[in-house]
Design a protein around this ligand. Structure first.
Ligand code: CA
Ligand code: CA
Ligand code: CA
Length: 466
């Protein structure tokens, strides 16, 4: 697409000869390009002049122009307060032109100015992210008239404040008090980026190039457009999860990440690491009310403290997070992960590789635990279905459970997963059932394909004493 000019109607392009020139340019481009022609738009500031015959800006007068570009800063394009006839931006536009519209610039800077005189204030990434997200969702929804938009802008521009210095990050700009065009009524010219820039060495090892750092709005846009967020070392996995949409993907690149990760009320999320095990989390991962999955992570868990869970039945239910992965009332999938207690901290077996809890009032679940290596835990996989909680069914398959005190523990009454083709080695009990009820039903789900090298007992039932 060819886009002509930039808000020329605010400067020297507000006359008929400008718009007729644009049409002529588009005609020549079409003649030159023939079948491979690009659509041509005029980048206009707001709706000024669009459809005005005296400006030669009516549709019929612009027969080589395919769409209007329109740069608009507004909290909402559906806000009706800024047009005298109480209509929103798209409604007003549709009366001026039948061509599609593209919002060629929109958004907010990331600096909240508290005093326009002294230019004092603070950086506020949430303010920018919320504003841009709402605008973007409106553009995505307005498919009957609007074919897309461009966020202002990729990176901060440190040269823009003419009272500042190009090598410093200054807070100057202009007051934006016309209509609801800026969250703080002040456009801070050097803070518009969806990425920040900083001198070499600010956020990474010096390499002779300025550094960049992504602002929150970057993740929001990534999630909206791609449904997938990439996380690189030095960034927070939690931040990406918090900004991801349902059914989105958080892809964590190779590297070590020292943080506890909490996934709550997020369904369909796929947490994906490096396929060769190079994504290492030094901390714990917990799921609450989240039917989500984790693949290709290496987890070195620490003493994760306690987790406080609340739902319709519980307020502040305390659960020890002494596990690589903890799931409460969540149907999770865990695949191709390596899970063990942090060897720098624990000299002996500790905690659980994976613990899955179904509390009072929960639904039956079918977790999938496949192709994992779990070692040096007190219990490799621990399933706990509380009284009046849902059953824990699902599949535990093709896992390698090494040197745990107990391989798999079915702690209460309603845990009966299909257990197949696991290697459970060097444990006191390969599979441990606390209670005798449903014993045969549960044992029927444990296939002959599991092996128990070096275990004192392959399958042991506490109540039975054998
Ligand atoms: Ca500057
Ligand atoms: Ca501002
Ligand atoms: Ca650098």
């Amino acid at each position: 697409m060819w886009a002509i000019g930039n808000e020329n109607n605010y400067h020297n392009g507000s006359e008929y000869d400008y718009y007729s020139l644009c049409n002529k340019l588009a005609e020549i481009a079409y003649q030159l390009e023939g079948d491979t022609y690009h659509p041509v738009i005029i980048v206009n500031g707001h709706l000024t002049n669009i459809g005005v015959r005296e400006k030669e800006a009516e549709d019929m007068q612009l027969n080589y122009i395919d769409a209007w570009g329109c740069s608009v800063y507004l909290e909402s394009f559906y806000d009706t307060r800024w047009h005298t006839d109480q209509r929103n931006l798209f409604e007003v536009y549709e009366e001026k032109s039948l061509k599609p519209i593209i919002i060629t610039a929109y958004g907010s800077d990331a600096f909240y100015t508290t005093d326009p005189e002294t230019l004092e204030g603070y950086e506020d990434e949430d303010m920018q992210a919320d504003w841009v997200r709402d605008n973007t969702l409106e553009i995505m929804a307005a498919t009957d008239v609007c074919i897309g938009g461009c966020v202002m802008e990729y990176s901060d521009e440190w040269w823009k404040d003419e009272n500042g210095d190009p090598s410093t990050h200054d807070t100057g700009g202009y007051e934006a008090t016309m209509g609801n065009t800026s969250p703080d009524n002040y456009a801070n010219e050097e803070y518009w980026g969806i990425v920040q820039i900083g001198p070499d060495g600010t956020w990474s090892e010096p390499d002779g190039l300025d550094d960049i750092r992504r602002r929150k709005v970057y993740y929001i846009l990534e999630a909206l457009y791609k449904g997938e967020i990439d996380v690189v070392p030095g960034e927070s996995i939690q931040n990406a999860i918090d900004n991801c949409i349902d059914n989105g993907v958080v892809h964590v690149l190779e590297g070590t990440y020292e943080e506890d990760i909490s996934i709550r009320d997020t369904n369909g999320l796929r947490l994906m690491g490096d396929i060769n095990g190079g994504t290492i989390v030094e901390g714990t991962i917990s799921f609450e009310d989240s039917d989500s999955s984790i693949e290709d992570f290496t987890i070195h868990y620490k003493d994760g403290g306690t987790l406080s869970y609340s739902d319709d039945y519980y307020t502040d239910f305390k659960l020890l997070k002494d596990a690589g992965i903890t799931a409460i009332n969540s149907e999770i999938t865990v695949k191709n992960c390596i899970i063990m207690p942090d060897q720098d901290i624990f000299m002996t077996n500790y905690g659980k590789g994976i613990q899955i809890w179904n509390l009072y009032g929960s639904l039956d679940i079918n977790p999938v635990i496949e192709d994992n290596l779990i070692q040096n835990a007190h219990t490799g996989i621990y399933l706990y279905s509380q009284a009046f909680g849902g059953a824990i069914n699902g599949i535990i398959q093709d896992n390698d459970l090494q040197d745990n005190d107990y391989g798999i523990v079915l702690r209460m009454h309603k845990e009966k997963p299909y257990i197949d083709n696991n290697t459970i080695s060097n444990s006191i009990h390969g599979i441990h059932l606390t209670y005798y009820d449903l014993y045969f039903e549960r044992c029927d789900n444990i296939t002959e394909n599991n092996t128990f090298p070096g275990c004192a007992d392959d399958i042991y039932c506490d109540e039975l004493g054998e």
